[in-house]
Every structure is written in structure tokens, then in C-alpha cells.
Design a protein around this ligand. Structure first.
Ligand SMILES: Nc1ncnc2c1ncn2[C@@H]1O[C@H](COP(=O)(O)OP(=O)(O)OP(=O)(O)O)[C@@H](O)[C@H]1O
Length: 310
């Protein structure tokens, strides 16, 4: 028998007024993987996440968490995940330790169990030295770590992270990525939303790209990059007068060529096309400079698949 999916989202739909912000979205998340929902601002990522975590009622569609319907078996489904992001209602005036204690008690832990779990989480999230400071004195990175710690009090196997690194500096982002990787190693399934392509590329096993409420593409980061096609060749034409000639010469060879001032860029089906292109330019006496060949990145996928601002 196939292992049960951590999440199954089927035909999820939400309208606000006349606007459909989540439009017939379906996907599955396997246990133990990091699944990324990627999309530009306003694409519908948070709304999708809020419906999956029962914070918002869907207009249509279904979400199953480890086989449990989030509407019909809401309490059971909710007991299986932790949620962090724009939701944690930690108290700014009290310390990290006190916040953890309160949430542990609210989650039904006895006083001594709550104390033990608080100590474990403070250690795990490197918050020991700041444990007794009021949160209003915390940096953004410390706040995020505490939010995550709070959502892990009950050791959920499924964790929802809404934009876990938005606004963090590069070092703190990397620390957060390490924390996420550690959770996955310990067996957690993670679903995260992000606008950062490098974050998706670094962390996600599978990605769904959402744009204008629709799921436009799904796959591993490698698969998505492959779909974009081969490497990208970019160079500058030294003499402005020769730009048009270069475009006309190479278009039959490579198809569409993008031009920004004197820079031309094109997709190569195979890297050895480069030889032919350089020979053609040489024979036509067109001098070029700043030549670069780049593998496709998730940025290319994103730009290809998403349409302007939502
Ligand atoms: N409660 C609401 N009432 C009306 N419109 C809403 C509501 N919540 C979200 N929206 C709209 O739904 C659309 C999707 O928003 P959502 O927050 O899901 O996007 P997102 O992909 O998470 O964007 P971001 O990356 O900016 O957080 C946006 O146009 C937003 O303005």
C-alpha cells in the first residue's frame, strides 16, 4: 500500500468579493519532504496556507492532512501540524521563556513537562542567552526563531512556515535554513511559502509556482529549470551599428534573441552551439565582448511563468 500523503489539496478555491484569489489549486505533499509554494506578491500563497491550516474557510475544494479532512475532522487535522509565520500571537512584554511556558501549558503540558520542553526549545533554537529578555528587545531573527520554537512545542510532524525568512539579514536567513534542514532530518514534513527563489532552490524538494491564484507549474527545482531549456548565452556587441546585423545573423540559429542596449541573450539547445555562433560572428566580422554562458536558474523559471505584479 502506498504511504499516506502528508497533505492532499484538491480543487481549493477562494474568492474575496468578485476576485478569485485561489483558483482550483490541487497538489500533494509527501511525508518528509519540503514543499515550497512560490509566487509573486499577492499571488495567493498565504490565502492557500490559511485555508490548509483551517484559519480560513474555502469556498470550494478539500484539504486532507495525513488522511484527515480539515473540515470534517478539523480538530484531529489541526493536532497534526504546527504553524508559524504571520500568526503567532506571542506576547511582546514578557520573555521568550515565559512565552514558551504559556504556550506549552495552553497545549496541555504539565508544569514540569512544560519547563522541560521550554529548556529543550531554548537550547535547540540558540535562545538560551536571551531567554529572559522581553521580546520587544529581540531582533527579527530571534523573533522568527521563537515563533518557530512555539509552533514546535507539541512536536508536530508537519510544519507550515509562512515566509520564514522575509526581512531577515543574509546570515540569519542561512541560520533559519539550517534550522529547517535540521527539522527535516529529524523527520518533519515542511510546507513553506516564499518569494525568494534561492530559498526555494535551497530548501524545497518540490515546488508549486502560483500566479494570480492559479497553480501554473509544479516539479522539483531541477525539473522546473530544465523546462526553461538549455543554458543562456549573453554577450555585448562592440559596435552599436552591428547589433541589428548580429540579431539577423543568429536568429535562424537560436530562435528568439533578447536585446537590452548592446547586450544580446539567447537560449542554447546544446552548449556546442556556441562554436557555431562564434564562428558565424567571426566570419561576419562582428566583434563581441563580455560573453557569459549561464545555466538556467529558478529566476528564469519564475520570470517565464509569472506575469508581472499580481
Ligand atoms: N481578507 C481579505 N479580503 C480581501 N482580499 C484579500 C484578503 N486576504 C487577501 N486578499 C487578497 O488576495 C490576494 C492574495 O493574497 P495573499 O496574501 O494570499 O498573497 P501572497 O501570495 O501570500 O502574497 P505576499 O507574498 O505578498 O504575502 C491579494 O490580492 C490580497 O489583496
Amino acid at each position: 500500500m502506498a504511504a499516506i500523503n502528508a497533505i492532499e489539496v484538491s480543487h481549493l478555491t477562494k474568492q474575496f468579493g468578485k476576485k478569485t484569489v485561489v483558483d482550483d489549486v490541487s497538489f500533494k505533499v509527501r511525508p518528509g519532504e519540503v514543499f515550497g509554494l512560490l509566487g509573486p506578491n499577492g499571488a495567493g500563497k498565504t490565502t492557500t496556507l490559511r485555508m490548509m491550516t483551517t484559519l480560513l474557510k474555502a469556498d470550494a475544494g478539500q484539504v486532507m492532512i495525513f488522511g484527515h479532512d480539515t473540515v470534517k475532522e478539523g480538530r484531529l487535522a489541526r493536532s497534526m501540524f504546527g504553524l508559524t509565520g504571520q500568526y503567532a500571537s506571542v506576547d511582546e512584554d514578557i520573555s521568550a521563556r515565559e512565552n514558551l511556558m504559556i504556550f506549552a501549558r495552553l497545549n496541555g503540558l504539565s508544569r514540569s513537562d512544560a519547563k522541560q520542553r521550554t529548556t529543550e526549545l531554548l537550547n535547540e533554537f540558540s535562545l538560551v542567552n536571551s531567554a529572559d529578555k522581553a521580546l520587544k528587545n529581540f531582533s527579527g531573527g530571534m523573533r522568527r526563531r521563537l515563533d518557530l520554537a512555539v509552533s514546535l512545542i507539541t512536536r508536530p510532524t508537519l510544519i507550515f512556515l509562512d515566509e520564514p525568512t522575509t526581512g531577515l539579514d543574509p546570515r540569519t536567513r542561512t541560520q533559519m535554513w539550517d534550522t529547517i534542514r535540521r527539522l527535516v532530518k529529524q523527520g518533519s514534513t515542511i510546507i513553506l511559502t516564499t518569494q525568494y527563489l534561492d530559498e526555494a532552490d535551497q530548501l524545497a524538494d518540490h515546488l508549486a509556482i502560483i500566479d494570480h491564484g492559479k497553480l501554473v507549474k509544479m516539479g522539483t527545482p531541477a525539473e522546473l529549470k530544465q523546462q526553461i531549456g538549455g543554458s543562456k548565452l549573453t554577450f555585448k556587441v562592440c559596435q552599436t551599428a552591428q547589433i541589428t546585423a548580429a540579431v539577423q545573423l543568429l536568429t535562424p540559429q537560436v530562435g528568439q534573441i533578447q536585446q537590452t542596449d548592446s547586450a544580446l541573450s539567447m537560449r542554447l539547445n546544446q552548449v556546442n552551439q556556441l562554436n557555431t555562433i562564434l564562428t558565424m560572428l567571426n566570419q561576419a566580422k562582428i566583434k563581441i565582448t563580455q560573453l557569459a554562458v549561464q545555466e538556467p536558474s529558478l529566476d528564469d523559471v519564475f520570470m517565464d511563468l509569472t506575469v508581472g505584479k499580481n
